[in-house]
Design a binder for this molecule. Structure first.
Ligand SMILES: Nc1ncnc2c1ncn2[C@@H]1O[C@H](COP(=O)(O)OP(=O)(O)OP(=O)(O)O)[C@@H](O)[C@H]1O
Ligand SMILES: [Mg+2]
Length: 330
């Protein structure tokens, strides 16, 4: 273990920097949301990359300032290597390489999805493996068996859309702003979650997920209801749509828990910020760990905490480090 880690995360549209202390305490966790993508109804990769160029340096400065440290006191630099938008990732990787080289400190390459799991290792309330982790985000949805702090085994994953993508697309159909998850959750609070029956892909066996059906079903429901009735019943539609997604996630999580023989469960990724999902995971009866909402959506603290358990790049590896858009480098 060494001194403080400066962590950088630029896999999508949030420019993130954090400082994590030797013992895993988060000293600062700064997120500059680009905001600009709302008008396009989704993240525009080229714009995201250019925005990181503007936002990342001041975000790193703020993270250091809030941690009460100077760059010279940083002992490792951690960066998200992938998966994500390649242009956006390359801005973070380039910046991290430059800082590590200029400060003569090691670079640590972190997988973004390992980061979402590592949100559960944050002090002062770290969750110790082994456990089953549901990761549900904008680009991924999978169940992981976590036996140690540095890796995981994938038990099942979505066959089509990610849960966050389903939230975003459903929200868009209901005229809500991007990102749709938080807006849809807010609207759903005013609705009746039993008003409509949306499919939860129960026919998909094992630990895999499918969210294409629930999305199409909402589309047809809106067409059937017509404009006025859809407007009148927007909250009921949102609540029922949310229930279907949350139930689909819960069903697989319960299956995986039963099959694993473990009674420890955690969640991660942006959808883990969803209130009803958090409540239902807690109510499962297993020993559960639910990270702070700020640690569920993209942030650099989770990348710094993941880096505590990962090896440094050699100087040659650091110079040659490349980003990957999908999958993993492992
Ligand atoms: N309260 C919420 N309820 C439901 N979904 C939510 C909530 N808050 C955020 N989300 C969803 O989480 C997603 C963003 O999560 P995250 O930032 O982890 O995704 P990402 O980094 O874009 O994707 P990935 O991690 O797969 O690369 C969006 O789809 C957003 O709608
Ligand atoms: Mg993410």
């Amino acid at each position: 273990m060494s001194g403080p880690i400066l962590a950088i995360e630029t896999s999508c549209d949030d420019s993130c920097a954090a400082v994590v202390a030797d013992d895993g305490t988060v000293l600062s966790n700064v997120i500059a949301s680009q905001g600009i993508h709302d008008r396009y109804g989704g993240v525009v990769p080229e714009i995201a990359a250019r925005q990181h160029l503007h936002l990342l340096t001041p975000t790193i400065d703020t993270a250091l300032e809030q941690a009460g440290l100077r760059l010279a006191q940083i002992e490792r630099v951690a960066v998200t290597q992938g998966p994500g938008l390649i242009g956006a990732l390359l801005i973070g990787v380039g910046q991290a390489k430059a800082i590590a080289a200029a400060c003569s400190v090691p670079l640590v390459a972190v997988d973004h999805l390992q980061g979402h799991i590592a949100a559960n290792f944050v002090e002062p309330d770290p969750f110790e493996p082994p456990f089953i982790c549901l990761v549900a985000s904008g680009g991924h949805t999978f169940l992981a068996r976590v036996e140690d702090h540095a890796s995981y085994e994938t038990l099942g994953a979505t066959l089509d859309d990610a849960a966050g993508e389903a939230f975003d697309k459903g929200a868009r159909m209901l005229g809500l702003p991007f990102p749709g998850g938080p807006a849809l959750e807010a609207l759903a609070r005013e609705g009746d979650e039993t008003a409509f029956d949306f499919p939860t892909a129960r026919n998909v066996k094992g630990f895999d997920f499918s969210f294409a059906g629930v999305k199409t079903s909402l589309l047809y429901m809106i067409a059937d209801l017509g404009e006025d009735e859809t407007e009148r019943r927007r909250a009921d539609l949102a609540a029922s749509f949310q229930r279907a997604i949350v139930d689909a996630l819960l069903t697989r999580l319960e299956r995986a828990l039963d099959a694993s023989g473990l009674d420890r469960v955690a969640i991660g990724g942006g959808v883990a910020a969803n209130g009803p999902l958090r409540e239902k995971v807690e109510a499962l009866g297993a020993v559960s760990h639910i990270p702070d909402r700020l640690l569920c959506t993209d942030n650099a603290a989770m990348i710094g905490v993941a880096a505590r358990f990962l090896p440094d790049c050699s100087p040659d590896q650091a110079l040659a480090l490349d980003a990957y858009p999908s999958g993993s480098s492992r």
